[in-house]
Design a protein around this ligand. Sequence first.
Ligand SMILES: *Cc1c(COP(=O)(O)O)cnc(C)c1O
Length: 434
Amino acid sequence: MKFISTHHDAKPVDFKEALMHGLAPDGGLYIPEKFPPIDHHLLKNLAEASIFELGDKIMGNFLPEIPAHSLNAMIHHTLSFPIPLHPLEKDVFLLEVFHGPTLSFKDVGARFMSQALSYYLQQQNKQLIIMVATSGDTGSAIANAFHNTPNIHVYVLYPSKKITLLQEQQMTTLGNNIHALEVEGTFDDCQKLVKQALLDKDIRAHHDLTTANSINIARLLPQMIYHSWGICQLQRNHSLSDPVLVVPSGNLGNLTAAIYAKAIGFPIHHFLAATNVNSVFPRYVNSGKFTPEPSKQSLSNAMDVGNPSNFARVLAFYHNSHQKLTQAVKSISISDDETLTEIRRVYDTTGYIMDPHTAVGMAASKNARDGNPIIITATAHPAKFPEVIKKALGFDIELPERLAATLHKPKLSTKIPADFEGLKNILLRTAVSH
Ligand SMILES: *Cc1c(COP(=O)(O)O)cnc(C)c1O
């Protein structure tokens, strides 16, 4: 199984190389060269499958070079929390992918990536430094996923005073191989520092370095597992099939994984990508024109994306055909006001408290009610967004115990100015060797 670049100007590589490098040398994103159909017997007996069987079969087809027992162990470790399908309204279901350690679906991709990297590093007895710039959620998912992973040191760069206390505590209280750097600057400064470090030849002479951003194919592939697990639970518990998948979207990674799940055989009627006010993708779907723009701030801030990085993958899947894409994918933009109204409506009618990202999907799903069952990916736990919940519902949401505990742990971070020399000194002092 090879992975090819969306720019078609780089040689096909195996999974290990796509994992290690993230981006193809021609600047494109790696995509699977083919979509191996899922085992016929498994599909026929979907209602009997466990999430681990789905994981073994799906990932085994894409990563045949990893021995089955090793892959099975990685999948068990990745999916060590429940991903229930919650029936909310008639024919409307929420796939809660937010019961992982940092309470967002990003835990799944981050945990699988850490497993895969340490699998290859252990074989080579190599050490690796991972750099991440974060405006909040990605950093905590990566930090948690790589905590205590042998052979790996993680440097998380976050902008001082520009993230929530909860987000900061989730990244800075882990210690050991997780190094939090509080940058006196903006998120853009953090990103610039990471890029500089990745290119610096003095640092490269001492360390192997990579980044763990969301374009890595190792974060995308395991996301097929929960989409198919949702369909499986729909059949088993509700005797329904062929759902519409509503996906709250920013960089379109979650949507891409859903499209891939259908490509390998899982029965999905169509897709609805729900965005907030950042409406580049719905505008493309509805007009055929793709015009990236600076991101706008919204209440569902993990989807504040003005130039969705996985757009190239979505387009490549449909052979650059707007017509083919729109036969399978619909898209709609939801405002902050609509998001708040939807959180309120759902709470008043069902008692369910929904995070703002999921609420964007829920509000959009009104346009998908055409007789098919609907599964909305619930991407984050509402307790991660107490300010929004308070604004919508007028009360404070209770923190899950795990989160409350992090709030009281000592913060372990190093403050650095937003210039490269400080970061360089820290990296050169790190006692990691090839
Ligand atoms: C990252 C994120 C999204 C957007 O997912 P993409 O794969 O970037 O489209 C949606 N909701 C939450 C809570 C997120 O953290």
